[in-house]
Design a protein around this ligand. Structure first.
Ligand SMILES: NC(=O)c1ccc[n+]([C@@H]2O[C@H](COP(=O)([O-])OP(=O)(O)OC[C@H]3O[C@@H](n4cnc5c(N)ncnc54)[C@H](O)[C@@H]3O)[C@@H](O)[C@H]2O)c1
Ligand SMILES: [Fe+2]
Length: 393
């Protein structure tokens, strides 16, 4: 049976952030705890001021939490919980990329479940949380529509990603205006993350008819819009398409799964502080190569969604899907950017740990072929070889 978990409401339009006050009032909220990326509170963006104005019109009290940088950790979460315990807000709003939305998801749970641990969240069927409204400002994670939150445990330095359908935000507000300021490099990192979500969801052994629909639509939209937003960040139509693609890709993987590209990328984020989208983009081509034979027909369909001519045979089409992803990495400077974070000798020494961390979670169990330690080691070595070529250029 195919079933689909999605937010109760998704708004997609330029200017839709203006609806926040009304949406929160409809929940009966009186005091919003706004988790906002620190960068977005600064001039010239001043999104915090904009939110305050929108909320004032509806007589909503607000408390902002923006004391965090980078991807969220349990330390950030503890600080936020201390703050919300004092102000007593009754609704959480997230504005930012996946980092802000995931932190907001965690706050919505930990604010009313004293003593719960990240590991317990996945198992708890009747998980309660505060109402949650998500406003993404990157087009990549789709966290506004997913049941997953990614938080690094500050003690173990492991990126944890508990999933529970109760974590899906109640409302997603997709306002493409908010993504127009995203710099080129984050535009492609996050855009390739969305592509990876959709591709991995589509080739997963947990894929369903419903998740496949969202996955293929997302792949098609990324293929059309990502090169356009890379060339011109002010292309409004393409920005809107990327935001929708990211949301669809989120729905796809949240109702199917991600796979080996995410399982191998997560330790790169934790050990080398590589931005999430970049770490996934660096590994995706090698992971596709590993699974190409086993999921040939699926990769052929992906190639067609990316616009490759249908007259080719399945084997050629599947290889084209791989070639397109390699081409994106060249065109969007992914290898060069990867080299800024990966120092070859340090990376080589870490490979055994990276392999162990990738295989320690359940992230590889839905791969068409379950990889061995040696398979994962080979994937990291392929990446090392590739970025090493850039060190001499
Ligand atoms: N919950 C999920 O379903 C899910 C899925 C994939 C990834 N993730 C997690 O999400 C996090 C990454 O999120 P992300 O890729 O969206 O990046 P991010 O939220 O970390 O933001 C990346 C950078 O972009 C900046 N930024 C954000 N919006 C901007 C805008 N409109 N204009 C200018 N700058 C802006 C931020 O300040 C930050 O420096 C990681 O922790 C990753 O593991 C979660
Ligand atoms: Fe991702």
């Amino acid at each position: 049976m195919s079933s689909l978990h999605v937010p109760k409401e998704i708004n997609l339009e330029f200017g839709s952030v203006q609806k926040l006050g009304q949406i929160a009032s409809d929940f009966g909220a009186t005091h919003l705890f706004i988790v906002i990326d620190a960068f977005l509170t600064q001039s010239p963006l001043n999104y915090q001021d904009q939110l305050e104005q929108i909320c004032r019109k509806h007589s909503l009290e607000i408390t902002c939490f923006s004391d965090f940088r980078g991807e969220p950790t349990t330390e950030h979460l503890d600080e936020a919980i201390s703050k919300i315990n004092v102000c007593g807000a009754d609704c959480i709003v997230a504005m930012g990329g996946g980092s802000s939305i995931d932190l907001a998801k965690a706050i919505s749970v930990f604010a009313i479940n004293r003593g719960i641990t990240l590991d317990e969240i996945e198992q708890k069927r009747d998980l309660k949380r505060l109402p949650l409204i998500a406003i993404p400002t990157t087009a990549g994670t789709g966290s506004e529509a997913t049941k997953v939150m990614v938080i690094t445990d500050s003690k173990s330095n492991i990126k944890k990603n508990p999933g529970n359908p109760k974590l899906i935000p109640d409302v997603a507000i997709l306002d493409p205006n908010l993504t127009m300021s995203l710099p080129k490099h984050f535009t492609v990192y996050t855009g390739l993350d969305a592509l990876a979500h959709a591709m991995e969801a589509y080739v997963s052994t947990r894929a369903t008819e419903l998740s496949n629909h969202y996955a293929l639509e997302a792949i098609k939209m990324v293929g059309e819009a990502l090169p356009r937003v890379y060339d011109n960040g002010k292309d409004e139509e393409a920005r809107k398409k990327m935001l929708l693609a990211s949301c669809y890709a989120g729905i796809a993987f949240s109702n199917s799964s991600t796979n080996l590209a995410h399982a191998t990328a997560r330790p790169l984020g934790a050990h080398f502080h590589i931005p999430h989208g970049l770490s996934v983009a660096l590994l995706l081509p090698f992971v596709i190569e590993f699974g190409l034979e086993a999921a040939r027909e699926r990769y052929a369909n992906i190639a067609m969604a990316l616009g490759v001519e249908r007259s080719k045979n399945k084997e050629e089409l599947a290889k084209d899907a791989l070639m397109i992803v390699h081409r994106y990495n060249e065109r969007f400077n992914i290898w060069n950017d990867g080299f800024k974070y990966i120092k070859p000798s340090e990376f080589e020494e870490s490979i055994p740990t990276l392999v162990q961390d990738s295989l320690s979670g359940n992230g590889v169990l839905t791969n068409q072929i379950i990889p061995t330690d040696a398979d994962v080691e080979k994937i990291y070595k392929q990446l090392l070889k590739k970025v090493s070529q850039y060190s001499v250029n």
